[in-house]
Ligand binder design. Structure first.
Ligand SMILES: Nc1ncnc2c1ncn2[C@@H]1O[C@H](COP(=O)(O)OP(=O)(O)OP(=O)(O)O)[C@@H](O)[C@H]1O
Ligand SMILES: [Mg+2]
Length: 342
């Protein structure tokens, strides 16, 4: 499933993206300098607890941040083209056509007064103009079929559809213009467990059929395990670890990733659930040094002063944590494994 990333084509490159929200008590540093790449055909899971900045990161990448939010800095390259700061019209052309977002809660934002087909038609016509009109019905029916919906949905209104069906309509809209990248923000949340799986399967099927790259934002680590190629773990506006999914599950390196994995319930091994308490610091005033220091079981003096850099501690496994130090032969050790440090 995972080949060395250096061997793949990069479709999206995000560097030092910062998005803040202005509040009367100071800026909330919602996304505070994130870096990652997305490769052709891959699905990258973006996980982290509520308020860690996942949706804000998505809005930042698509430049849909609205006041009181603002993009403070960063670089976003889509297929090599810098898109941060492009004029509105150029951005409008790129959104949907190259970079599509299924926003958090999208299914609740479908227009209740318009038939499904009209809403999909609007997306296509807005980008392709009247030219697209001739074969548009066949195209919409094909899109519905791609997301596993029957043709009769064409003439239905959102209130006639179940949550899972509405979510699949949102996926159909996102793929209407064959984008290169889809960002799906919590597309399976707020659905019951069986429907969640159906929607997740739909996303995977779409990805395979169209060969798109996908950023899948979510909370459900179990679902992530089955869906994604790599996982980026976010904590309080930062990515603390990014690695192939099997490494995150079998050998998570960052203490926060370890906590997340330990929180996944297991039937085989009935252990007490680790209760994670949520982000403890004021998001307007993060502590200097490591962002996770206030909750880290392994915190060291260094963590309170120095921000840990992202280091590739194993091939394709990047972690921002002072526990890992490079040795003379280029490999990394966990300083807690060194006698005298535990
Ligand atoms: N309009 C706003 N004004 C001020 N702060 C905001 C605003 N929107 C979001 N925030 C803050 O930004 C931070 C990141 O929020 P965001 O919604 O991106 O998190 P998330 O990871 O998507 O959470 P969830 O899992 O609940 O969807 C949080 O501290 C949140 O309170
Ligand atoms: Mg969110």
């Amino acid at each position: 499933m995972t080949e060395p990333k250096s061997a793949s084509t990069r479709v999206l490159k995000v560097r030092d993206l910062r998005v803040y929200y202005e509040t009367p008590k100071g800026d909330v540093l919602a996304v505070n300098g994130i870096d990652f790449d997305l490769y052709e055909g891959e699905t990258l899971g973006l996980v982290g607890e509520s308020g860690s900045g996942k949706s804000t990161a998505a809005m930042g990448i698509l430049q849909l941040v609205v006041p009181p939010g603002r993009i403070v800095s960063g670089e976003v390259l889509l297929e090599g083209q810098s898109i941060l700061g492009l004029p509105d019209e150029a951005l409008r052309q790129i959104r949907w056509a190259k970079l599509a977002l299924i926003p958090q809660g999208a299914m609740n934002s479908l227009n209740p007064t318009m038939k499904v087909s009209e809403q999909i038609k609007d997306v296509i016509l807005a980008h392709e103009g009247k030219e697209a009109k001739k074969e548009i019905k066949a195209r919409i029916l094909e899109l519905l079929s791609t997301v596993g919906l029957p043709g009769r949905v064409y003439d239905m209104y959102p209130h006639e559809l179940s949550g899972g069906m509405k979510q699949r309509v949102c996926i159909a809209m996102a793929i209407a213009l064959s984008p290169t990248v889809i960002v799906a923000d919590e597309s399976t949340s707020a659905l019951d467990v069986v429907v969640q799986r159906v929607v997740a399967q739909t996303l995977l099927a779409v990805k395979r059929k169209l060969g798109v790259s996908m950023i899948m934002i979510g909370h459900d680590m179990g679902l992530m395990a089955q869906m994604v190629d790599r996982v980026a773990v976010m904590y309080a506006g930062k990515i603390v670890e990014i690695a192939p999914v099997q490494d995150i599950f079998i050998d998570p390196k960052h203490p926060y990733s370890q906590l997340l994995i330990a929180s996944v319930p297991s039937l085989k091994e009935r252990k007490p659930l680790k209760i994670t308490e949520g982000i403890t610091h004021d998001p307007r005033n993060p502590p200097p040094g490591c962002i996770f220091q206030l909750r880290c079981p392994f915190v060291m003096d260094k963590c309170r002063v120095q921000t840990p850099p992202m280091q590739e501690v194993k091939p394709d496994q990047l972690v921002a944590c002072h526990l890992y130090e490079k040795t003379e032969d280029g490999s990394f050790i966990n300083v807690r494994d060194v006698v005298g440090n535990t």
